[in-house]
Ligand binder design. Structure first.
Ligand SMILES: [Zn+2]
Length: 402
């Protein structure tokens, strides 16, 4: 199944209305030429230029630009509002403040964080590495399984302390190695869903947590919807579970992590029912579900990442964790369709190996162990002088956007 090189374009982020034409449309191979033409845009703006983000180069100040498709590219259409022009042409009445310029409105970068979506086969383990704190979400399969890479991955990073360890729910592919984590690392706080499971894995991990708690080595909590936790420059908002949770997947600890303007969603193995509930709960609470990077629920299963949930989040990047050739058939086609429906770039540990997302709170960058990395600048930040519309040019057929 050798993919034919095909170019797809999607609008990654835009906060002004504009129309463009990309020729020759699809079926442009890597190394061939393409032309982007701006057809129309919102009143009150002036077009500034086409800008390519990886090489940081201006492609053209004309409405039309021709370029070579060399890899995954993010091209920005940059616009200036008419109001900005008025400011620049000011007559000096505001002389005291004039030197400061509008650029000072741009928010300052925060500490860098890196989210490691660790390739642990058909399982989940995600590590959030911050400047002053670390969080581990799940720990992969049980250690007797030779596929487990969580522990060596963390050891390779030189990690000694983990401030928060989260077992989203007690299935073996999530909490498998949590007892080993408690054993080998200096753990601060442990979060577990509270679901009691009748398995040897559960008993082993539960005993390890109880022992560590009795020894005064850790703190322990079972977070519920509405809880928030601030860790350094991060904030966690818990969306699931509620006190009266149902099945084991319904108990999955789910939360949004906010770092400056960049937001990440984690839902464990939560499924359709809880996704719908999370939409309603967030609405009741006045919390936005809009995120930039979404770790797909339940390994890219059709049970999760339903269209209403995807539309509520509109993630520009979706990442799932699944084993190559896994027996569940993850990622399912329904999941892929819903990812494409919201124009999200997609990565999976089965295809891309270890995946990392690094962010300074303003923008984020995706890196992959295998395959092509696509850099997507993160959210449009209110207060910027220029309005920017971002297009992802993707020569890889894997992202099957229509
Ligand atoms: Zn799972």
């Amino acid at each position: 199944m050798d993919p034919q090189p095909t170019m797809h374009s999607i609008t990654v982020n835009a906060n002004i209305d504009f129309e463009y034409t990309l020729t020759p449309g699809d079926a442009v191979a890597d190394g061939e030429e393409a032309t982007l033409t701006l057809d129309s845009y919102e009143d009150g703006y002036e077009f500034v230029h086409w800008y390519e983000t990886t090489t940081e180069s201006v492609l053209s100040e004309d409405a039309s630009t021709t370029f070579t498709v060399e890899r995954s590219m993010v091209i920005e259409a940059v616009f200036q509002s008419a109001d900005d022009n008025d400011d620049n042409g000011g007559n000096g009445d505001n002389g005291d403040n004039g030197e400061n310029g509008d650029n000072n409105d741009e928010p300052a970068p925060l500490d860098s964080i890196t989210i490691h979506y660790i390739d642990v086969g058909q399982a989940d383990a995600t590590f959030i590495e911050g400047a002053n704190y670390n969080i581990l979400i799940d720990a992969g399969r049980t250690h007797w399984n030779s596929q487990n890479k969580t522990i060596p991955y963390l050891q390779d990073l030189g990690i000694e302390r983990i401030d928060l360890v989260i077992g989203t729910h007690p299935h073996m592919d999530h909490i498998g190695d949590l007892d080993v984590v408690l054993d080998l690392f200096d753990v601060g706080l442990v979060w577990k869903s509270g679901y009691v499971h009748d398995t040897a894995t559960y008993d082993r991990v539960h005993a390890a947590i109880s022992d560590a708690l009795d020894a005064g080595d850790i703190e322990y909590d079972e977070p519920r919807f509405g809880d928030t936790l601030t860790l350094g420059q991060k904030e966690l908002k818990v969306l699931n579970p509620v006190p009266d949770f149902g099945g084991i997947h319904d108990a999955s600890i789910s939360f949004i992590l906010t770092h400056g303007d960049v937001r990440f969603m984690f839902t464990g193995d939560a499924e359709q029912t809880q996704e719908n509930n999370m939409i309603n709960r967030a609405s009741d609470k006045g919390w936005s579900l809009d995120v930039d990077v979404y770790q797909a629920g339940h390994h890219g299963s059709s049970t999760s990442s339903t269209l209403p949930f995807m539309e509520a989040m509109t993630p520009s990047t979706t990442i799932y964790s699944a084993g190559e050739g896994n027996s569940h058939g993850h990622p399912h086609q329904e999941f892929l369709d819903n990812v494409a429906a919201v124009n999200s770039a997609l990565y999976g540990t089965d295809v891309n190996g270890n995946i990392t997302v690094t962010s300074n709170g303003l923008v984020y960058e995706v890196s992959v162990e295998r395959g092509e990395a696509i850099m997507v600048h993160a959210p449009i930040v209110p207060g910027y002088d220029h309005e920017i519309a971002r297009l992802l040019i993707e020569p890889d057929k894997r992202f099957a956007f229509a």
